[in-house]
Structures are given as structure tokens and as C-alpha cells.
Design a protein around this ligand. Structure first.
Ligand SMILES: C[S@@+](CC[C@H](N)C(=O)[O-])C[C@H]1O[C@@H](n2cnc3c(N)ncnc32)[C@H](O)[C@@H]1O
Length: 280
């Protein structure tokens, strides 16, 4: 198999809420490292194995794609789908360096995903469905591409508003509320995973597991570094787009910086859910 990118998008999809520049690419790398163990664990429980044909849906710059390509090995394959041409070209560059030749990238809006019926053994989507206005449509399209018994593993937010930092801060919570408003205005759902078990059943899946996933982190850990880079990048964007006043943004960052220097501070990550479902 050769590494090629196929562009299937017919129109311009709505731009991904956090854009696809270098800074976001770097942030997704931090995110992958903070959640790597949990990611490998769900793949194992889903039964992803050498020889499988796996879809990495909303693959971004391919941090999972590369690991999945190693996991399925030369007899398997990974299809990385994303709307961002820039992220997909990053995957192509990584493929050349590894070197791996079992990855194909497809540039496409997942709302229009149309893969050959029964052509996949597994599918994985991490932090994608929370950005979509109609996750059921996408879950159905994945279901159509999976063989009977094929497995869909999902990791996504289930109750984002429960993110917190200790010592508690009202300014912190005002910032989180601004992110929520901006996310919803873009058509996303920060709690999508709480609806997914029901949607998966409707789309013809048996839900094998729906497990809550929350972590805590102290300053100096990868779990703390993950929101740290997110806030530094995206709090200014909240001001630019009018979701947060300059004063509230400054207060938010002051509260966060103060806690980042406090060895007793604790971050509770936004609750997520690990979902594993098999196509009936
Ligand atoms: C938060 S990133 C997650 C990337 C990757 N799944 C990971 O966990 O590292 C969300 C990704 O979804 C992609 N995305 C968002 N909406 C999309 C859509 N409608 N069609 C295709 N890709 C989309 C974005 O381009 C971005 O790469």
C-alpha cells in the first residue's frame, strides 16, 4: 500500500473550532501524551489487533494514526480521515519518516463519510464527535463501513462543565462557561459521550462498555500541561470572538498561573467516557 491522500470533500466544511495551525498541532501532541495510556488501554479492550483494517476518524495530525499503524502492523491498515488538509499532510510526512506504508489519508468532512460497506474491522474516534452537530449521522456512516462484529471505540467528553481546579476559582469557572458557549455556537456538544450509548444502539451497535474517565493532575504533570497549553492558546481567542471580556480573561489567567505555582493545587479534567461498541 502506498501513502496517499485522497480529497473527498465536496464543499468547505465548517472550520474546526480550534483551527489547524502549528500551535494547535503542538497542543494535540501534548494532549496525546497526557492521555496515551488511556488510549492504548481502550484499543486493547476493543480488541484492535495485528491485521485489522482500522479507521482513525477525525485523525488530526495523526498522533493516534501512527500508533495504530504500528499496532495493526504490515498485514493491517489504517485509514486516517480528517477535514484538515494541513493535518493530513503532516501524517504523510510522519509516514515517510517512520517509515510506514499501511496508512491512507482521506480529506473529507466526516458528515459525508462514505466508505465501502463492511470494509473495516475497527474504528476509533477521539475528541471528534463533540464538535459535530449530528453525531448520529456519523455513527451510522461508521456502522455502514464496519463488518458485522466490527468494533467502534470512542473517547469523548461526557460532562465538560464538571472540569474544576482546586483551590476553587470563580474566574476559572467563568472562562469554562465561555468555552462552552463558543463550542455550542459552533454546533458542538461538550457532553456528547453521555448521549452516545443511545445513539450507537439506534445505529445498529451493541454497546459493550461505557466507562467514565476522569483524571486529576498536579502542577508539573502532563495532565496539568494539557489544559495549560490549551488556556494559553485559546483564552485570547475567547476575547477576540467576544465570549470573554479582557478583564475576565486576565482574571482567569491570573487564577490559573497562581495555581500553577501552588504544589497543592489539583486539576480535575473534564469527565470523558470510554465507549466500546460492536456492530450487530
Ligand atoms: C481535537 S482534534 C482531535 C484529533 C485526534 N482525534 C486526536 O485525538 O489527536 C479534532 C479533529 O477533528 C477534525 N474535525 C472536526 N470536525 C470535522 C469534520 N466535520 N470532518 C472531519 N474532521 C473534522 C479536526 O480537523 C481535528 O483534526
Amino acid at each position: 500500500m502506498t501513502n496517499t491522500t485522497i480529497a473527498l470533500t465536496s464543499g468547505e466544511p465548517d472550520e474546526y473550532l480550534f483551527r489547524t495551525g502549528d500551535a494547535e498541532l503542538m497542543r494535540l501532541g501534548y494532549q496525546h501524551r497526557a492521555w496515551g495510556a488511556q488510549t492504548y488501554a481502550i484499543w486493547e479492550r476493543a480488541g484492535f489487533a495485528p491485521g485489522w483494517r482500522i479507521l482513525d476518524l477525525g485523525a488530526g495530525p495523526g498522533f493516534c494514526t501512527v500508533d495504530l499503524a504500528h499496532l495493526v502492523g504490515p498485514s493491517g491498515s489504517v485509514l486516517a480521515v480528517d477535514a484538515s488538509e494541513r493535518f493530513l499532510s503532516h501524517i504523510q510526512k510522519r509516514m515517510a519518516v517512520e517509515p510506514l506504508d499501511n496508512v491512507q489519508t482521506i480529506e473529507c468532512d466526516v458528515n459525508e463519510l462514505d466508505l465501502p460497506a463492511g470494509s473495516l474491522d475497527g474504528a476509533y474516534a477521539r475528541w471528534l464527535l463533540c464538535f459535530l452537530p449530528d453525531p448520529l449521522n456519523v455513527v451510522k456512516r461508521v456502522g455502514a463501513a464496519l463488518r458485522s462484529g466490527g468494533v467502534f471505540a470512542i473517547q469523548d467528553y461526557s460532562n465538560y462543565r464538571a472540569v474544576d481546579v482546586v483551590p476553587k476559582s470563580k474566574a476559572f469557572q467563568r472562562g469554562i462557561a465561555a468555552f462552552r458557549a463558543s463550542w455550542e455556537a459552533h454546533g458542538g456538544d461538550q457532553d456528547v459521550a453521555s448521549r452516545l450509548p443511545e445513539l450507537l444502539v439506534e445505529a445498529g451497535f451493541d454497546v459493550r462498555e461505557a466507562t467514565p474517565l476522569v483524571r486529576t493532575g498536579r502542577p508539573g504533570t502532563s495532565v496539568w500541561a494539557w489544559p495549560d497549553i490549551f488556556f494559553r492558546l485559546h483564552i485570547p481567542a475567547m476575547v477576540e470572538t467576544g465570549y470573554l471580556s479582557e478583564a475576565d480573561a486576565a482574571e482567569f489567567m491570573a487564577a490559573w498561573d497562581e495555581r500553577s505555582k501552588d504544589p497543592n493545587a489539583v486539576l480535575l479534567t473534564p469527565p470523558m467516557m470510554d465507549i466500546v461498541a460492536a456492530k450487530r
